[in-house]
Design a protein around this ligand. Structure first.
Ligand code: HEC
Ligand code: HEC
Length: 390
């Protein structure tokens, strides 16, 4: 669904900020330290970056073997997640989870089902998640930061003092309120890093094209035309750019942060063989309680397509190993017998996808266009300025 509202909201958010090339602030730096620290997991073998590794900020182990591995491994041997690890880059742009009464739909939030409202709230989860970093409680995460066994502990002490004015070495972590306040700071700092220019680079070839500093090849140009036309992709993965009130560029995020059921089949991967049917947004207890007709069942958040060439496999259950496969799915999902049954038959979108009549050459062109959304084509462009995130 095309959403002018979101664009308008983004427009209002963009304003003149310090240049992108500014080094990380102390808070962002603390967040980065935490984000990459494997000491903060049960077996001291896993950090946020394990499953959200730059440059794609998703799981490189899955991307390397997208046919075999569709979900990430946890810190403890044998533990596995139940959904494909999404990219963390550009997640900062997702508005808080909300009901949009004008359009009559849910949007925003973090995770495939939006169950966490904000990045900060999200960042409290993975350390304690039993199939992720598996720490017993927030206190032990903070304890691991200040422990002299942590090679970075001096840096942590310095940064906690600079950013939050606390002396980590002398705080009483046995007091649950103190421990929780400090644990909250870790989430706050990680969220700050996730909002930094380092994570939201806008340095892809397409950004350069929009700035008039690069040119698409003929195939990429055809792909863009199809993306916005015959392929209907921009109905949900918004590709429009705009200008902010201050004259800066507003780069497209390739999502409108709404929810849809594409009718992706159930995964046949052994890792998900025993997983229950994933109802996505409609499976959340809070949503199920107010959705007696099940209108949200099977819906998942529209993901950004920035860096998508680096983040295989695709879809919430990693059903598609390659971009060509998922585009072929959009092309033919509505044709009888062409694909297995949808995992959730209710609410499947049949108006904006399913019988696009794209030729092989056209599918390839759309894939080629998505390849231009990978960051690192050049330096982050100076005239793109991040909004002041909430
Ligand atoms: C073991 C792998 C793993 C680890 C470790 C991990 N994540 Fe995730 N992350 C996931 C998966 C899987 C999801 C999607 C889960 C869902 O939607 O239910 C996710 C979702 C997210 C999202 C939501 C993105 C979006 O667009 O909705 C953010 C943000 C995030 N993780 C940040 C973090 C941070 C910060 C850490 C470290 C504190 C972390 N992750 C550690 C696997 C992991
Ligand atoms: C009706 C809205 C809608 C349209 C139209 C649409 N998408 Fe999507 N797209 C989504 C949603 C929702 C998901 C996640 C679905 C899921 O995982 O169950 C998604 C997922 C994807 C993914 C996987 C990304 C990832 O990180 O796993 C790719 C790639 C993609 N879409 C590309 C396209 C292309 C190319 C087109 C046009 C041919 C297109 N989309 C049209 C809503 C849409």
């Amino acid at each position: 669904m095309f959403r002018h509202l979101i664009l308008a909201a983004c427009l209002a958010l963009f304003s003149v900020q310090p240049a992108f090339s500014a080094p990380l602030t102390p808070k962002e730096e603390l967040g980065k330290l935490l984000y990459f620290d494997t000491q903060l997991s049960r077996e001291k073998n896993q950090s946020c970056a394990t499953c959200h590794q730059p440059p794609g900020f998703a799981d490189p182990a899955n991307a390397a073997m997208p046919h075999q591995e569709v979900v990430s491994k946890g810190s403890v041997r044998g533990s596995l997640g139940t959904r494909n690890s999404p990219t963390v880059a550009y997640a900062a742009f997702s508005p808080y989870f909300q009901w949009d009464s004008e359009d009559g739909l849910f949007l925003g939030g973090q995770f495939w089902d939006g169950r966490e409202a904000s990045l900060k709230g999200q960042a409290r989860g993975p350390f304690l998640n039993p199939v992720e970093m598996t720490m017993p409680d927030g206190r032990s995460v903070v304890e691991s930061c200040r422990s002299s066994l942590n090679v970075q502990h001096k840096r942590y002490l310095e940064l906690y003092r600079t950013v939050y004015g606390v002396n980590l070495a002398e705080t009483d972590l046995k007091d649950p309120l103190v421990a929780d306040a400090l644990y909250d700071f870790t989430a706050d700092a990680i969220a700050a890093y996730e909002k930094s220019r380092e994570v939201n680079q806008f340095s892809s070839k397409y950004d350069y094209v929009l700035a008039g500093k690069a040119r698409l090849t003929a195939e990429e140009r055809l792909g863009l035309k199809l993306f916005n036309g015959k392929g209907l992709c921009n109905k949900c993965h918004i590709s429009k750019t705009g200008k902010s009130p201050s004259g800066g560029m507003i780069p497209p995020l390739f999502t409108d942060f709404t929810y849809d059921n594409l009718g992706i089949p159930r995964s046949t991967n052994p890792a998900l063989a025993k997983a229950p049917v994933d109802l996505g947004l409609g499976g959340r207890p809070d949503i199920a309680a107010i959705d007696p007709k099940g209108l949200q069942k099977g819906k998942f958040k529209v993901p950004t397509l920035r860096n998508v060439a680096l983040t295989a496999p695709y879809g919430h259950n990693g059903y598609f190993a390659t971009l060509t496969e998922i585009v072929e799915f959009y092309n033919t999902a509505g044709l009888r017998g062409r694909w297995p049954q949808p995992e959730v038959a209710q609410n499947v979108n049949r108006t904006e996808m399913g019988n696009l009549k794209l030729t092989k050459k056209e599918v390839a062109a759309i894939v080629a266009f998505m390849g231009t959304l990978t960051d690192g084509y050049g330096q982050p462009l100076e005239d793109i300025v991040l909004p002041p995130f909430p």
